[in-house]
Design a protein around this ligand. Structure first.
Ligand code: SF4
Length: 883
């Protein structure tokens, strides 16, 4: 029987609806859900490849203690006892949970309840601290509540969209496509991109402001000042619904007195700044989208408020097509905020520092205690572990040994912590390999619960697979530990709908319209109605049973006075400035086809081919002055650590600034972990780390040989200085390099590639003088592995050799061509994958453009399908067409 399940993509905060269909032969196909109002059937490359990540390969299948498989009973007992013992000896603040925006709301709710209401500490923080906690502070300061005012429909109803600190094309691709389509329907829609880099998002920009890293507050203070001078301040809105404008304007006038001043501080042309200000000033319907480029900063909270100030000053909030709009990074960052998953929040958007709220939550939970003060935020939490103040840590569904700033120190802290528990669906991560106890959690296709996306829309994630091995739901694991710690009364859940009902009821408990987060009308679900649950935007109350697309339409805010609050923003420089020793600024972020630390997207071959290696984007002139060439390996070094990546010339980089992606871990590379380099400076209010501004130096990596391996088997490349692993179709690809060449290259190659010593079926070419070696190991008439070594990076393309792994048998011409690495006459080397959805390579595209005279992206789509699904590759297709 063919079955289709409606669920949600587990990657970014867009929250796309997904249809998973199981065919009669047991294969799963994944498509966008046309009925889901966030994506209307569209998916990006990552969502489209979800079906390729479902295998049990790499899954954590059984509980383990110190590497030994144990029963659930034993593992749960040990976790409860371990945490209980530490609490008894050292107090509740000696334990901590580090959780994740990957958890479902129900999981998150139970974790927060256990820590804050039963253990009695607030030492629960989340990796959402790393992506949007500055927005939370900004919202709360301005609105009195952590409310996102807008909805996705506003992107279609706007006349001007400002994308600031957001590479939307790669990080929120389906929203980028919505904006792109809106622009096609309405050519008058203007798009402004504010980003130090010229990213693929600039492809649809009418104006790009490549501002100097960290100067956003000057730019938006300047805008506030300009709006005043241009007489665009909405006085009636100001008087009725806001407070604090005069002070905010006063500071803006002092710190950003003129367009020229702003341009000089931000490293921009005055004409560009003027053009932006004019557009903003003259356009009523303007949405300002901001994301990690704003949040991940030591002044992230101020940047958010500098943006919100401009919307309040013009009254452009709470109405269709306008408002400040934070795009969240993770699928359930918003759900985590709703249940109080941050160390400084209580459940249901209540405040931990508010005695009334504490009493209210404790009464509702009927819990033995309630945390009385904020807990440690992520960076501080891992510092406390390093200092021995926190002695037991439970990490849920995240990988801080890769993703935290100063990640090397964080990994050391985890290693030396007395008790580290990790519940995850993946067996080997940089964090699990350092843990004492591993608890197998359900994976994406196995979980039941809810998530909330960037537009406050709650959707159901539904299971379509049975548990892998002995994996269990996170809420079940946490509840079982709680019961074994003696808290049976509050954790007797049998099904996630019971948790959802409790969460919904708490949101309405003694609320009376005083708190923004209220979904009380959704409480009282039975298992059946919870299963049928349709996507809906909170608040959902008796008065608004259909949900609320926008907030603040009535001009009423959740501050004591009911008015929104301007913030006077004094621009601050980033915490660590470049110096003679560390003259460059390192910016980190995502690539198009990978997600976080690659534990899931790293399993999909088509997602690995677009960017198979960690890279460092650098302006060619900066590279020239550092004597580094395009395609060479380089080390990026800061006071905190070092990483090695492949140099990518990029004229869209600002001079003096570098960009490197965040995804590579010790499981995928020997030296690619960029967060090891990132400074641990944080925003004083939000605790969000400064991932976008670390002073670094860059130098050529001193490798004397380069190479690659393609292998059907996964390899351990111990002793190889530089290696990076990528998943291919029926093979793994390794890029390798080293500081010393082995004396006997064939023997060295065989030591890595041969499963058995009696293997004799090798095709080899060794040129000792030229220090080159090429070897292909055959089993029968199939390629088993291939290794190519050269003294420099001049090696053949990997794509033709890689394609041979999918062949059952090679023909004679292919066998003869093996050691050239180039296809025989009549075959094409497809080249690096550009379109991941249809697996179309660069060489295929170039040839079609040339031979068939293609002149537009639409013609390419008709000819090769490339660019017709998610559209993420469209900017690159345009690049191939010549602009
Ligand atoms: Fe998933 Fe892509 Fe949609 Fe984000 S934009 S939710 S990654 S399909």
């Amino acid at each position: 029987m063919v079955e289709t399940t409606k669920t949600i993509c587990p990657y970014c905060g867009v929250g796309c609806g997904v249809l998973v269909t199981r065919s009669r032969d047991g294969e799963y196909t994944v498509e966008g859900d046309p009925s889901h109002p966030s994506n209307f059937g569209k998916l990006c490359s990552k969502g489209s490849a979800l079906g390729e990540t479902l295998s049990e390969q790499g899954r954590l299948l059984y509980p383990e203690i110190e590497g030994q498989r144990v029963s659930w009973e034993r593992a749960l007992g040990q976790v409860a006892k371990g945490f209980g013992d530490v609490i008894k000896q050292h107090g509740a603040d000696a334990v901590a949970f580090y959780v994740s925006g990957q958890l479902l709301t129900e999981d998150y709710y139970v974790a927060n309840k256990l820590m804050k209401g039963y253990i009695g500490s607030a030492n629960i923080d989340t990796n959402s601290r790393l992506c949007m906690s500055s927005s939370v502070v900004g919202h709360k300061r301005a609105f009195g509540s952590d409310s996102v005012p807008c909805c996705y429909e506003d992107l279609e109803r706007a006349k001007l969209i400002v994308l600031t600190g957001s590479n939307t094309a790669w990080c929120h691709p389906v929203l980028f496509q919505r904006i792109n389509r809106a622009k096609q329907v309405n050519p008058d829609l203007m798009v402004v991109v504010i980003d130090p880099r010229e990213t693929p998002t600039c492809d649809i920009a009418d104006l790009h402001l490549p501002l100097r890293s960290g100067t956003d507050t000057v730019l938006f203070n300047g805008l506030l000042n300009y709006l005043q001078q241009d007489d665009e301040i909405n006085r009636s809105y100001l008087n009725a619904y806001t407070e604090g404008f005069d002070e905010a304007l006063n500071v803006a006038q002092k710190t950003a007195p003129s367009v020229d001043w702003v341009a000089q501080r931000c490293g921009l042309e005055s004409a560009t700044v003027s053009a932006f200000y004019r557009l903003f000033s003259r356009t009523e319907r303007v949405v300002t989208v901001y994301s990690q480029g704003v949040n991940q900063s030591t002044s992230g909270s101020d940047k958010v408020n500098a943006i919100i100030n401009c919307h309040l000053a013009t009254g452009r909030i709470g109405r269709p097509g306008m408002g400040p709009f934070s795009f969240t990074g993770q699928p359930n960052a918003m759900g985590g905020r709703e249940v109080g998953g941050l160390a400084n929040m209580l459940a249901a958007h209540m405040d931990i520092e508010e005695p009334e709220h504490r009493a209210l939550v404790q009464t509702f939970w009927d819990s033995p205690t309630i945390a009385s003060q904020p807990g440690r935020k992520a960076v501080d939490l891992f510092n406390a572990i390093a200092e021995g103040k926190i002695k037991a840590l439970w990490v849920m569904a995240t990988n801080p040994a890769v993703s935290m700033p100063d990640a090397g120190r964080v990994a050391e802290a985890i290693e030396q912590c007395e008790l580290v528990v990790v519940s995850d669906c993946v067996k080997d991560t940089d964090t699990t390999v350092r843990a004492n106890i591993l608890l197998p959690a359900l994976g994406w296709g196995e979980k039941e619960g809810t998530v909330t996306n960037s537009e406050r829309r709650i959707s159901r994630q539904r299971a379509f697979l049975g548990p892998a091995g002995e994996a269990k739901a996170d809420w079940w694991i946490i509840s079982q530990v709680a019961q074994r710690m003696g808290f049976s009364q509050g954790f007797d859940y049998q099904h996630p709908h019971e948790i959802f009902n409790e969460h919904a009821a708490l949101s309405g408990y003694e609320n009376g319209g005083q708190r923004d987060f209220d979904i009380s009308a959704l409480s009282g679900q039975d298992a059946e109605s919870y299963h049928r649950f349709s996507p809906i935007q909170w608040p959902v109350t008796e008065k608004q049973p259909q949900g609320s697309p926008r907030m603040f339409s009535d001009g009423r805010f959740f501050t004591p006075s009911g008015k929104s609050q301007f913030q006077a923003i004094m621009p601050q420089l980033p915490a660590n400035a470049p110096s003679d020793d560390f003259p460059f600024v390192l910016n980190t972020g995502r690539v198009r086809d990978q997600w976080h630390t690659m534990t899931r997207t790293g399993k999909a071959a088509r997602l690995s081919e677009h960017s198979p290696e960690p890279y460092i984007a650098i302006h060619p002139e900066d590279a020239a002055s550092a004597h580094i060439d395009d395609g060479e390996l380089a080390s990026v070094v800061s006071r905190w650590g070092e990483m090695v990546g492949r140099i990518r010339f990029d004229n869209g980089q600002r001079r003096g600034e570098l960009f490197a992606p965040m995804h590579w871990s010790e499981q995928f590379s020997s030296k690619g972990k960029v967060c090891a380099v990132v400074n641990p400076a944080v925003d004083a209010l939000s605790g969000q780390p400064e991932f976008k501004h670390t002073p670094v130096q860059i130098r050529r990596y001193q490798s004397v040989w380069h190479g690659f391996i393609l292998s059907r088997r996964e390899l351990k490349l111990e002793g190889v200085c530089y290696w990076v692993k990528a998943t291919g179709n029926d093979h793994y690809r390794y890029e390798i390099a080293g500081e010393q060449l082995a004396e006997n290259l064939p023997a060295w190659a065989r030591s890595y590639l041969c499963a058995s010593s009696d293997d004799v079926n090798w095709v080899e070419l060794l040129d000792s003088g030229a220090q080159t070696y090429r070897g292909v190991r055959m089993v029968g008439n199939q390629v088993e592995s291939a290794i190519f070594i050269a003294p420099d990076k001049a090696l053949p393309s990997r794509s033709w050799l890689a394609s041979l792994f999918e062949k059952k048998a090679l023909d004679d011409s292919e066998r003869r061509a093996l050691l050239t690495g180039k296809p025989p006459v009549g075959q094409i080397d497809t080249g690096r994958v550009i379109c991941a959805c249809f697996n179309v390579g660069e060489n295929t595209l170039r040839e079609a453009i040339k031979k068939q005279g293609l002149t537009s992206v639409e013609e390419i789509g008709k000819c090769l399908n490339a660019g017709t699904n998610c559209g993420s590759c469209v900017p690159e297709l345009k690049g191939l067409l010549g602009g």
